[in-house]
Write a protein that binds this ligand. Structure first.
Ligand SMILES: [Zn+2]
Length: 364
């Protein structure tokens, strides 16, 4: 049943939250400098890098839209990267759960940021919080281009209607129509940008998330000429539309801590694979299948080096399982017996952020 717009997602009873919290503290899964007195006080924009498999790598994360225009003119005309102009920014969508897209994008980006930093990467953000301004689309592209990042990732969620629209669902990656007028942008997006998009697409699928069944998406890929970020960014950019916030089921998942964690884990997985040089082919010129043709098969899983991807890909099911635990004891047992591989590292990284972002409500 659709949730009424404006009504926040239901929250678990406080007693249950407290019990669950104590389980996680007992199992040492919450030890993190991100927590201060049980609540996140502040998260530095550029945390000092830690040693890990991503040491020496930089990622630019762009959580789409912003908490406030803060006096800026959203309709100001800026370059669109195709010799035209477009609006500086938009406010973004609102989920049928009532949650704003900019906040959903922010929450997922914070989870991805923490997981990447815990693996040693430097993560630069397009905006520093979810309350203020984050720049026009061309300014964000310029910031990504100047960031020194090996990869930029824009995180968005789509909307097809102001009311419920359960017929359209699934994620898609937006890739630019080629060629892009700026030669440096074209070189970045037609090769590595497309590889990164395909790699993250594959990771979302492996994480149990479904490619979009609308917009003519082909295996989770939609080509568009009008995304300024893709037309202007000179480092490889993957542009993610995580799901349709008009679909009540998908909106509920994207609005929840466990759902956000699941998306973040899959996105992190794809970023790590790309940075490890274990990406899917760029395949930018693959023809779209003829109407009625059987959709192309997903790329076969490839062995990875350095990081145990089996564990990361198992994170979605693990989160589902923990979420469904009937008691604190059961949740603890699952974490201790099934969370011992690399997935527990990522889950630990993310749980501390989830805890802060969702007001102390853990996804278990
Ligand atoms: Zn958006």
């Amino acid at each position: 049943m659709p949730t009424e717009p404006g009504r926040p997602a239901p929250t678990p009873p406080m007693a249950a939250t407290r019990a669950r919290r104590s389980v996680l503290i007992a199992s040492s899964l919450l030890a993190s400098s991100a927590l201060a007195g049980g609540l996140l006080v502040s998260m530095p924009a550029d945390a000092a890098p830690k040693a890990g498999s991503l040491t020496g790598k930089t990622v630019f994360l762009d959580p789409g839209h912003q908490g406030s225009a803060a006096g800026h003119d959203l309709a100001k005309q800026v370059p669109d990267g195709r010799d035209g102009k477009k609006d500086c920014q938009t406010t973004g969508a609102t989920a049928v759960t009532g949650k704003a897209e900019h906040t959903i994008n922010w929450d997922v980006s914070q989870l991805v940021k923490k997981a990447l930093e815990d693996k040693g990467a430097v993560v630069k953000m397009s905006r520093k919080d979810d309350t203020g301004w984050g720049g026009c689309v061309d300014e964000r592209a310029a910031a990504a281009s100047a960031s020194g990042a090996q990869l930029a990732v824009s995180i968005h969620a789509d909307s097809t209607s102001t009311g419920p629209d359960a017929a359209k669902s699934g994620f898609h990656m937006i890739v630019p129509t080629l060629p892009i007028p700026d030669k440096a942008v074209d070189a970045a997006q037609s090769t590595d940008g497309r590889k990164a998009s395909n790699t993250i697409r594959d990771s979302l699928k492996k994480g149990g998330l479904t490619p979009a069944n609308y917009l003519g998406a082909v295996d989770g890929i939609v080509e568009r000429p009008d995304i300024a970020g893709l037309n202007l960014t000179r480092v490889p950019l993957a542009f993610i539309e995580m799901g349709n916030l008009s679909d009540p089921a998908e909106a509920a998942v994207l609005s929840s801590p466990q759902g956000a964690t699941k998306y973040a884990a899959a996105i992190t997985n794809g970023i790590v694979k790309y940075l490890d040089g274990d990406s899917a082919p760029a395949n930018p010129t693959a023809p779209a299948p003829a109407p009625g043709a059987t959709p192309s098969e997903p790329a076969a899983p490839e062995p990875s080096e350095g990081v145990d991807m089996t564990g990361l890909e198992g994170l979605g099911p693990l989160i589902d399982k923990i979420t469904k635990a009937k008691s604190a004891d059961e949740a603890q047992k699952i974490l201790m017996t099934e969370g011992q591989d690399v997935s527990s590292d990522v889950l630990r990284s993310m749980l501390s952020v989830v805890y802060a972002l969702f007001g102390g409500e853990l996804p278990v």
